[in-house]
Design a protein around this ligand. Structure first.
Ligand SMILES: [Ca+2]
Ligand SMILES: [Ca+2]
Length: 147
């Protein structure tokens, strides 16, 4: 019994020797993510804010998704565009997208505000026709009425 085992090992060894005429290697290819996706806003309903609330009252939270596979290509930062003075009446948390009031609103003065929110990603864009060093960005309008 012991002898048979030894013979078996010997044969295996010989086979390996023949196979060394050719060799194989596994090459792992890791795909590197390029920043080709733009942050896209998730659709939102119209928001409402109560008049007479103190400044810094949270109104809502906007969210944008960037489909890139890695950080910081898929990191999203938020800002309110200065268009129509939206940034004068509302502020936004750059990281979370939470929107706060900056002033106390009076519905008798103005009933609704449309603000333009901008989302940009955290790396220079790899999309064609972009300015060097500029991140990808998208915009969304939020519409607020006072109650
Ligand atoms: Ca991106
Ligand atoms: Ca990508």
């Amino acid at each position: 019994m012991q002898y048979l085992c030894l013979e078996h090992f010997f044969l295996l060894f010989q086979n390996n020797g023949i196979q060394q005429l050719a060799s194989e290697a596994t090459v792992y290819i890791v795909l590197e993510d390029v920043n080709d996706e733009i942050p896209l806003f998730i659709e939102r309903e119209q928001e409402t804010v109560l008049e007479g609330m103190p400044p810094n009252t949270k109104v809502t939270q906007v969210q944008a998704m960037d489909k890139d596979g890695t950080y910081p290509n898929n990191k999203v930062y938020y800002a309110i565009e200065s268009k129509d003075q939206g940034d004068k009446f509302f502020s936004i948390d750059r990281e979370t997208g939470e929107i706060y009031t900056r002033v106390e609103f009076d519905r008798e003065e103005k009933q609704a505000y449309a603000i333009l929110v901008r989302a940009e990603d955290g790396a220079a864009s790899d999309r064609p026709n972009m300015k060097p060093g500029e991140p990808n960005s998208g915009q969304s309008s939020s519409y607020f009425t006072e109650h």
